[in-house]
Design a protein around this ligand. Sequence first.
Ligand SMILES: Cc1cc2nc3c(=O)[nH]c(=O)nc-3n(C[C@H](O)[C@H](O)[C@H](O)COP(=O)(O)O)c2cc1C
Length: 175
Amino acid sequence: MNEIFENIITRRSVRAFNQEKKVEKNTLEDIVTAGMFAPTARNRQLTQFTVVAREDLIQKLAKAIANALNLNSDYDFYKPTAIILTSCPNDSKFIKEDTSCALQNMFLYAHSIGIGSVWINQPVVCCNDPGVRKILTELGVPENHNLGGMMALGYPNQDLSERDLTRRTKAVYHL
Ligand SMILES: Cc1cc2nc3c(=O)[nH]c(=O)nc-3n(C[C@H](O)[C@H](O)[C@H](O)COP(=O)(O)O)c2cc1C
């Protein structure tokens, strides 16, 4: 099987991470580069990638989000060893499209090198809550940016050998 095709069909969301093994800086940079080479509407390349690998900052953001959305106080993004926030100027018409393409590139590249990841959507829905925005600002997300999606990542701490290779999704062909 073509290895890119195999990588695509074997990727799964990972929600348990090895706390002892951090993702190296150059690996994080490569994952971001994979995101940067995703297609963007009109090739405008407006997305900022904000990478956080400090546990205290990751959990500070999780707590602010839990506060904003009334989630349980143990909300922790599944304790990833890094997160990558994607954001675009809030007047961009293609935030979702641009950041989703970038995130998928990053999920797939991460999977290809043995790193697990999952999309976390709660930061997107409350990025303009004052408590959340304050932390986003501390992290360097521009004030005029909205979040498009967040990737939580790390070395997996879950068994990925059993994968459902069937799909409910439909395709219609006229060949
Ligand atoms: C737009 C979007 C939002 C998502 N938000 C979350 C989330 O907040 N938390 C989570 O655990 N997974 C989230 N996911 C992951 C999906 O639950 C997951 O992709 C889906 O169940 C299919 O599983 P798979 O990724 O293992 O193929 C999200 C996925 C997408 C595309």
